[in-house]
Structure formats: C-alpha cells, structure tokens
Design a protein around this ligand. Sequence first.
Ligand code: NAI
Length: 404
Amino acid sequence: MIITKKVLRNVSLTAHPIGCRRYVEDQIAWVQKHAHDASNPAYPAADNLSLPKRVLVLGGSTGYGLSSRIFAAFAAKAATINVSFEREPTENKTATPGWYNTMAFEKKATEAGLKAFSVFGDAFSNEVKEKTADLIAKELGQVDLVVYSLASPLRNDPVTGQTYRSVLKPIGPAFTALSVDLDSDVVKTATIEPATNEQVQETVKVMGGEDWSLWVDYLMERNLLAPNAMTVAYSYIGPKITYPVYREGTIGKAKEDLERTAANLTQKLESIQGKAFVSVNKALVTRASAVIPVVPLYMALLYEVMKERGLHEHCTQQIYRLFTTLLYANTEQILTDEQGRIRVDDWEMLDEVQSEVEKRWALQREGEILKGGDLAGVQEEYEQIHGFGFADIDYSQDVDPRVI
Ligand code: NAI
C-alpha cells in the first residue's frame, strides 16, 4: 500500500515503517557518535561513566521514553525492556509509530549484541506489571534503572476497574489565548473551559505518581531492583504564558503529584540505596504534546529562538544531557533545583530565550498568518516522529505496512 500522511486535529492517523526506522536509526547514530566524543562539553563522552546495564523503560516506544531506551542501549550498552501501548499493523492499516520504532530499535539492538524485549499492553494493569516482572526475572535478573515515561489520555484502575481520563484544562476561570493551526499557519484564539474538581482528580490519577509508585512497589516486592537502582519520571513546567492551561491547570496538579512521589519513592528505595528523581524536560513535539492548545504556537516561537542561539535540542539530545551530565555524571550529589527536581529545561527557561519568545508572541494577531516562528520546524519534527518528511525516502513507493 502507498502510505500517506493523514492528520486529524493535530493527531496523525498513519505512520510510515521505513520513515520510523530512519527516525530510530538517526537517533541511534547520534548517540553512538557522541558516546565516544570527548570534545563536546554539552554532550560529554559516555565511555567512562558508570551507566546502568539493565534498564526498564515504561513508555519506551516514542518521545522521551524511546530516547531513554536508545541512550541506554547505544551509549551504555544496556539490555532494555520497553513497555508500551501499540496498535499492530494489518495488511491495509499502518501500526502506531511506537510499534515501528520498537521493531526498528530491537533489530539494531540485537545486531549490536544487546538484549532487547518489549511488553505491549496497558502499563497501568496488574497483568502487564506481572508479565514485565517475569521477563525481568528471566532475562535480566534485576534492573538498575526504571524510566517512567508514560503519556496517556486514560487509565483503568487495576483494583476498582474504574476508568479515569486525563484532561488538559485550566482550574478556575476559562483560559483564552492565542494558538496556531498546524495546517494553515493561521493564528487563532483558543478558549479552554475550566475543569471540574472531578476532572482534576482524574487527571492526577492518570498522569500523577500513583502508577509510578505501584511499579516501584511491585518490582521491589519481587526483588527485581538492583542495589543502587534509580528511577526517573519526566515532568514539564514551561513558561508563564502556558501556566493557566499547563502548570496551574489539571496536568500541573498531576505533575506536582509526580514530583512528590519522587521523594516518597526515594524513602522506599533506601533499603537498596536507590533513588527516585523527576527530570523536568524541554517542550518538544511528541505525540502527546502536539495536541495541547497554545503549545504549537509557543513551540514555533521557542524553536525559532533556540535555533538562532544554537540551543535547540530534540528528545535524544535532552536525554543524553540528562544521563551524562546529571543522573550518571559521577558527581557526589545529583544537581537539582530547590524542589529536588533535575532540570534539563534549563536552556528553554533561560531569561534571554523566554523574553525573546514573549516579544515575538506579542506580535501575533488573531486571524493572521503566524509572524516569524519556526512552524516549519515544528511540523517537520511532527512528521518525522511518524516516519514522514524525510527527503530521501520515496513515499510514492508501495510498501507492506507489516514489514519494517
Ligand atoms: P509520547 O506520547 O511520545 O510517549 C508516551 C509513551 O507512553 C509511548 O511509548 C506510549 O506507547 C506509552 N503509553 C501511553 N499509554 C500507555 C499505556 N496505557 N500503557 C503502556 N504504554 C503507554 O510522550 P512524551 O511527550 O515523550 O511524554 C513522556 C513523558 O514526558 C510524559 O510524562 C510527559 O508529560 C513528559 N514530558 C513531555 C514533554 C514534551 O514536551 N513532550 C516535556 C517534558 C516532559
């Protein structure tokens, strides 16, 4: 079949197997190159660091989780297990990009002599936790690192069976701000109605720390966390302009809960000298973030400002910096902010970057084409994470969606 890009309300419905493979291979090549290069202080060589050798990544098929898995395998030579939620391909329907990415990753990892396994299913369920634990016990013995990188619209509570849905809404008054339509480049006003109390609670249930904690409890109970094991989950803060819908909204409440969970988990992990961290990462185009109103406009302006200053990074660069300069930097203490969070959003949050974004934001007018901004860059990244938009791939070729 000829696989074309199909996007509905900023959600891509298709993915290209050859393009997804290219995306994964490019990230692997970038990591391999930098892992042996001691000349770049921003991305130091990984060769002499004590890096984890057995890594579990929850949500390791796309975005930050995939980059974490790529780093673990191709910089640390770790055996990896991914847990993710995927749709498999059929003869005439494409798989999720995460499925293609995983197939491509595991092929490369196996070729490199690295163990790589996946559990496809609902990470919130007891069944998947048990299956994953069995796999760790059988194949890896224990794990040295658990990366928690799930981004999900819903969660079925394994005990009560109740379904919780996460929403991205302000708390208190409705929030109105400019946004940009990814297809037409036209600036428009978006109003988001406030969340009910119930929606706040549900979002915390889905995107807060409860499930992270359940994973760590269960793995500890089964004695599957190695001495000194670490666990890290990803969070976001972002600029003041998105506070009402993000940090001070429903998802912000969930992230606060996730951040509190890190402290609780560190206490639980004391018996094995383990530690739990939250890393605050940069705003990047992923399948989860592209659907957040206001965010595409912010990202278009942010990408432009950061690229002009040579500070733009993609998921893999962020994760590379997180692992080599912070989590496993061999320092006596891991550098955090006052709330104990690791910050790799430091370049995004620089005053000079934020004030420039604000200036460019103030120039935008509803109904007009976006002035400046790197919407093309945002669109390109969004296409590429679905396997489209690579100049040297011939998308008019007939391909079997089941073959990677
Ligand atoms: P993503 O959408 O690229 O990845 C989410 C992963 O979770 C995928 O592997 C998906 O298969 C998996 N997943 C979702 N529901 C699942 C389920 N029920 N069971 C098993 N796997 C499931 O998302 P992204 O953006 O990489 O987000 C990961 C984390 O990073 C989130 O906590 C997000 O808030 C955080 N983050 C994202 C930022 C961004 O700008 N994209 C910035 C800072 C933090």
